[in-house]
Design a protein around this ligand. Sequence first.
Ligand SMILES: [Zn+2]
Length: 206
Amino acid sequence: MAFPSIIQNLIAQLCKLPEIGPKAATRLVFYLINQPQKELDELSTIIKSLKNNICLCSQCFNLAEADNSFCSICQDKKRDKSIVCVVEDILDIIPMEKTKQYQGLYHVLGGLISPPDGIGPEQLKIKELIERIKLSASGEPRMNDTKEVILALNPTTEGDTTALYLERILKPLNIKITRLGRGLSAGADLEYADENTLTSALLGRK
Ligand SMILES: [Zn+2]
């Protein structure tokens, strides 16, 4: 290569990032070269301390500030604590929040049931979901009192399998169970759904 080894090394590191190919990585490196040193210092400091400054919310498993046990959504007194929206991963919270229509809480499963990949219910935060609803129904002072669970899982085979499983095990808990995603096309990814589609899927849930 025509450039110093540090440039090659940085390109190689950036290529490991999702959706970054060699061309994009090269462009990023030359963009960084043209930035003031202060900007580069700031960027590297943030990356360095990233993992030390976050933890998982002990209620919903969204990301939280490292010194808090609850995420900003669970802590928000204005949120409707009677609705819990179940999502596959943390990134699925972003499009839901973007709709500005959803005011309830979340529960991040951390994946979907997929027997070929060896992922069963016990690998996901399903036990924690049931525990959370049971405790809120028992009359003990809790952060939430769940009346409805919205299953906002991608309309894929794994999403459907997980939704059916959850419907079955949540049924005895006597809460309303609704499903989002009917309005989403089959195989669609919640993460990339546009706000209008997601809003109508949310309002038309049943
Ligand atoms: Zn939370």
